[in-house]
Write a new protein. Structure first.
Length: 172
């Protein structure tokens, strides 16, 4: 009986571990592919950026960022539809909330948030599937929904962030 319990616990833990690593695995699989664009900003660079002040003299919310990763794959790089489906399913299975899904012609944009119990956003994931490229963005840190309004992202994803509803409860 004890062995059965240990086996079930191991299987449950390994499944959760696999779900948490799906985004990391996708980045690792494609970041070194020829013609792929990969950006990874973390650590000292984010600290340096966070020391900058905005036009009002306030420190930018970048001080609460831990990492920013972007992977952009042109249409010449084949991304298997089953891999993208597995990535989406893993994101949702790992407590992410699908905040926005927009299809415009052949382009599909998904934005997912991972919030803790205190409504602090720990990760934002953006998936953009278009005719000419596939883009995956992962933003980690300690953010609030109002911080997302301040993100200066061009295109549809940036427009969507400006329309995200504020927190249900006031900030702690």
């Amino acid at each position: 009986m004890k062995n059965l319990f240990v086996l079930l616990l191991t299987l449950a833990t390994s499944g959760l571990f696999a779900q948490q690593k799906a985004i990391e695995r996708f980045f690792n699989q494609y970041q070194g592919v020829e013609n792929a664009t990969h950006l990874n900003i973390s650590g000292n660079m984010l600290e340096w950026i966070s020391n900058a002040k905005d036009e009002n003299g306030d420190y930018r919310f970048a001080s609460r960022l831990k990492g920013l990763r972007v992977l952009s794959l042109p249409s010449s790089i084949t991304v298997d539809a089953s891999e993208v489906l597995h990535l989406r399913q893993s994101i949702l299975a790992n407590r992410f909330e699908e905040l926005i899904r927009v299809r415009d012609g052949k382009e599909l944009v998904n934005i997912y948030l991972l919030e803790n119990n205190q409504q602090v956003i720990e990760e934002v994931v953006i998936l953009v599937e278009g005719e000419t490229e596939f883009t995956l963005v992962s933003l980690t840190g300690e953010l609030y929904r109002e911080d997302l309004h301040k993100l200066e992202i061009e295109g549809d994803a940036g427009d969507m962030f400006r329309h995200i509803p504020d927190d249900k409860h006031p900030r702690p």
